[in-house]
Design a protein around this ligand. Sequence first.
Ligand code: 5GP
Ligand code: MN
Length: 341
Amino acid sequence: MIKRIIDTSSLAAFKSILASVNRIVVTCHKKADGDAIGSSLAMGRLLSNMGKNAVVIIPDQLPASLEFIASGNEFFTFTMCETKASNILRNTQLILSLDYNSFDRVDRMQPLLEASNAKKVLIDHHRDPKNCFDVMFSHPLMSSTCELVYRLAAEAGWLQWFDKAIASCLFVGIMTDTGNLSFSSSYPDVYEVMAKLMEYGIDKPYLYKQAMDTVSLNSLKLQSYAILNKMTIIDDSIALITLDQDDLKQFNYRTGDTERLVNKPLSVDGVFWSTFMREDSKYIKVSMRSEGEFAVNSICAKFFNGGGHKNAAAGEFYGSMQEAVELFHKIVEQIKNDITI
Ligand code: 5GP
Ligand code: MN
């Protein structure tokens, strides 16, 4: 039996909001990953199956590697149809926030969400949600927002509206947020949720292949180059990979091409902290992964305007790559000298 985790008064409040609205918008964070898009599409489809008018609006373009989840599911990309999406957002009665905990994670949709008088409901697994929601389902111990959506739906009695497409979206989000059940998944219930999702007849080998084991040739070459030529390992334990605009151009970089690169140095025995810096157009994107008790979300929050989970976090650095690398080395020195971060 999967344990009950949903607060009953929050669920009652959510149900009463749902009963009083028809127009609903489901949103997720910018640069959507498998969990963000999977949970949003699943929630949108669930609400549609329940007879609600639910629209999924994602902040910006999906990476090509995640387009397979989208096929057959309807959604709007804010940056590609800003006028229409803005109108929908202005007229909605309820906004659902999936897989993010603060409106500064939705890019150009932020002012519209902040100004909206619609009810706002959070469904998320990031720590410390901002106090801007009418109802919150905030569960930092969950593997993924997708797992949380399944458990919320099960406890709410909504599984009767589940179908294979919803189960497939949720399965993908759990796979991608746990590295196919290699991290953030050390408790039995997540496996029970996976088993329940399998009962909808999902094509697991296809979903695994698409979500976890398919890259473009350019991406494979870029990641190989990054590891061979652009990776530094400090003290056999701390890895840094940097890719600047010239590197990205050389391999015809497209959004998503560096997905999971930051995880790779952790497979070297002894490496417990990996950082990847990529020079985007407006800032240096900084991603960090760690093993064990070493928390990278606090480092990203303190130095890189970001945050995330203990072992997977990210942020942004406004300055040159050289300055970002210098700051990184200063942080490493502080940690080596045991100054508390
Ligand atoms: P990634 O390195 O895959 O882009 O992000 C890792 C994790 O860090 C994400 O799952 C998300 O929880 C968090 N994250 C990514 N970018 C940001 C950011 O700009 N701000 C905050 N607060 N968290 C982020
Ligand atoms: Mn997530």
